[in-house]
Write a protein that binds this ligand. Structure first.
Ligand SMILES: Cc1cc2nc3c(=O)[nH]c(=O)nc-3n(C[C@H](O)[C@H](O)[C@H](O)COP(=O)(O)O)c2cc1C
Length: 471
C-alpha cells in the first residue's frame, strides 16, 4: 500500500478529537507579544497618511482588474501596508488596549509579519524595512540598495509560529498558513488598487530569507515573497544590517516551546525559485461579481468577524455574488474544493453544494447536511447554526501532494485563507457578516459534510445577515 502523503499525515496529526481537546490550559506568563521589538538603533521611518484612497471596487479587484500601472511613493506604500495587515480598530480594555487588524487571524494572535524592500520610491530611503504595525511606520533594517535594479518594491511575509502555537499547539500549523492567506489576499487587492503587480512565490528558501530579513529561522519563517514592482534579483552585495542583533526580535515570549509538527510542515516547503501560480494572480480577467460595488479599500477597513447571525434569507443576488467572487482567483488547480452548506436550520433541510470555480456556479446538493450536527462538530459554536451559508474548504491531501509536491499543504491552506479573506470582504461589501472557523473535530466534520474518506476539511467561513448595523 502506498504511504500517506506528508500533507495527510500533518493534517491527521493535528486533528482535533474530543479527547485531545481536554485539559488544555494556557501558559499566561508565556503569552507572546503581538508586535516585534527591535533594538533602538533600528530607525523608524514614519509612513505618511495615504493620499486619498483608491476607488476601485471589490467586484473589479476580484475580477482581476487593476488600476493603471504606477510607481509608488511613500503614501502608496503606507496604503499598501495598512490594507495588508494594518490596525483597523482599537479595543480599549481595563488595563490596556488591543489592536484588531485588516486581516482576520485565528484567535487574534497575528503570527504574520510584513517586510518590504523599496528602491527609488519617492519619500522613502532605499532599503529593507519591517512594517511596525502598531506605529504604522517602517523599521529600517538595511539602508541602501537591496534590489539589483530600480525602481522596485518587494515584500516578504513571515510567520512567528509561537504566537499561534502558544494557544493552539501543533494545530497552529494550519492557522499559520491560513492567516498568511488572509494577509496575502489583502495585499494582492491593495496592490491592484494601487496600480502595482503582485507576483507571489511561495517557495522561499528559509536560510536565505532569514539572512536577508534578519530573522531567527527557528523562531520566524518566511512563507511568501511578493514582487510588487519590477522583477530584479537581489543586489549582489547587500548593505549590512543596521544592528548585529536583529534576529533577537524574532523572540516574542520569555518561554517559547518548539512544536515539532509545525517545524516539519515549515521545512516541507520545496526550496527553489519557482513561481507558484496557485498563490499568484489570475492571468485572465473574468466578469465582475454582481453587487460588489463597494470600494475594495472600504471593505478592507470595515471588515470584522461577526457572529450574531439572523435566520432568514440572503439579500437577492448575494449568493451568486459570493459564488462568482470565489471563482475568479487562480488556484483551482491546487486541488482546493469549495462547498456551500446552505439551509439546514428548522425551516429547510441543509444541502452541501459544490462550487464550480470555472463557471462560478453552485451545483445541486450532493449531500444532506445536518446543520446542528455540523455545528456540534465545530466545537459547539452555536452561532453557526443561524449563518445563511457556511463556506467549506476541503481537499484530498494525497492527490494534491502527488500533483503539486511537498508545497501542497501550504498552497492549499494559503489559498483557503485567501478565499476566506475574500468572503469577509464580500460580506463587508454587501452589509453582511462573516467569520472564519478553524476549530472543528475533523473526523466528525468530514462525515457530516459527506466528504470522502480521502478528503479533509481545511477551513470554514460563515456568511450571512447579522443583527446590528454593518458599516
Ligand atoms: C484561520 C482562522 C480561524 C478562525 N477560527 C475561528 C473560530 O473557530 N471561531 C471563531 O469564533 N472565530 C474564528 N476566527 C475569527 C478570529 O477570531 C478573528 O479573526 C479575530 O478575533 C480577529 O477579529 P476580526 O476578524 O474581527 O478582526 C478565525 C479566524 C481565522 C483567520
Amino acid at each position: 500500500m502506498a504511504a500517506n502523503s506528508k500533507a495527510l499525515e500533518l493534517l491527521d496529526a493535528t486533528a482535533h478529537t474530543w479527547q485531545n481537546l481536554r485539559g488544555q490550559g494556557l501558559d499566561w506568563p508565556a503569552m507572546p507579544a503581538p508586535f516585534k521589538a527591535y533594538p533602538r538603533d533600528v530607525r523608524m521611518v514614519p509612513l505618511p497618511r495615504p493620499e486619498g484612497w483608491p476607488a476601485i471596487s471589490c467586484a473589479e479587484v476580484f475580477a482581476g482588474s487593476a488600476a493603471p500601472a504606477n510607481v509608488p511613493n511613500a503614501a502608496a506604500v503606507s496604503a499598501l501596508a495598512q490594507l495588508a495587515c494594518g490596525v483597523t480598530a482599537v479595543v480599549r480594555r481595563t488595563v490596556d488596549e488591543f489592536h484588531l487588524r485588516a486581516n482576520a487571524s485565528a484567535g487574534a494572535l497575528y503570527p504574520c509579519e510584513l517586510y518590504l524592500a523599496a528602491q527609488g520610491v519617492e519619500g522613502l530611503p532605499d532599503g529593507l524595512f519591517h512594517f511596525a504595525v502598531q506605529r504604522h511606520a517602517l523599521g529600517l533594517l538595511r539602508r541602501g540598495q537591496i534590489l539589483a535594479d530600480g525602481p522596485g518594491l518587494r515584500a516578504w511575509l513571515t510567520v512567528i509560529p509561537f504566537r499561534s502555537a502558544w494557544k493552539y499547539r501543533d494545530r497552529a500549523v494550519r492557522y499559520l498558513f491560513l492567516d498568511a492567506g488572509h494577509v496575502l489576499e489583502n495585499l494582492d487587492g491593495a496592490a491592484r488598487a494601487l496600480g502595482l503587480s503582485c507576483r507571489v512565490d511561495i517557495s522561499a528558501n528559509a536560510r536565505e530569507t532569514a539572512g536577508l530579513l534578519g530573522i531567527a529561522p527557528e523562531r520566524e519563517r518566511c512563507l511568501v515573497e511578493i514582487e510588487l514592482l519590477g522583477n530584479a534579483d537581489l543586489a549582489s552585495e547587500l548593505p549590512p544590517p543596521v544592528h548585529a542583533g536583529l534576529a533577537r526580535a524574532s523572540t516574542v515570549s520569555p518561554r517559547e516551546v518548539e512544536y515539532p509538527l509545525i517545524t516539519q510542515a515549515l521545512d516541507l516547503s520545496s526550496p527553489g525559485k519557482s513561481r507558484d501560480a496557485a498563490a499568484s494572480l489570475p492571468d485572465k480577467r473574468t466578469a465582475p461579481a454582481p453587487l460588489l460595488e463597494r470600494p475594495f479599500v472600504q471593505a478592507v477597513l470595515h471588515r470584522r468577524s461577526r457572529r450574531s447571525y439572523m435566520a432568514g434569507p440572503l439579500p437577492s443576488g448575494a449568493l451568486d455574488a459570493l459564488a462568482v467572487a470565489l471563482s475568479n482567483p487562480a488556484g483551482a488547480s491546487c486541488g482546493l474544493g469549495v462547498g456551500f452548506v446552505v439551509g439546514g436550520d428548522e425551516s429547510a433541510p441543509g444541502g452541501f453544494h459544490l462550487l464550480d470555480r470555472e463557471s462560478g456556479t453552485l451545483g445541486a446538493s450532493v449531500f444532506a447536511v445536518d446543520r446542528k450536527k455540523f455545528t456540534e462538530a465545530c466545537l459547539d459554536q452555536a452561532w453557526m447554526t443561524k449563518a445563511a451559508v457556511l463556506v467549506c474548504f476541503f481537499a484530498a491531501p494525497d492527490e494534491a501532494e502527488a500533483a503539486h509536491g511537498p508545497n501542497a499543504l501550504k498552497r492549499l491552506l494559503i489559498q483557503a485563507g485567501r478565499l476566506g479573506q475574500r468572503i469577509y470582504l464580500c460580506a463587508a461589501a454587501l452589509g453582511l457578516g462573516a467569520c472564519g472557523v478553524g476549530a472543528f473535530i475533523d473526523e466528525d466534520a468530514r462525515r457530516t459534510l459527506g466528504l470522502a474518506a480521502s478528503e479533509r476539511l481545511l477551513y470554514v467561513v460563515a456568511f450571512g445577515p447579522v443583527r446590528g448595523v454593518v458599516d
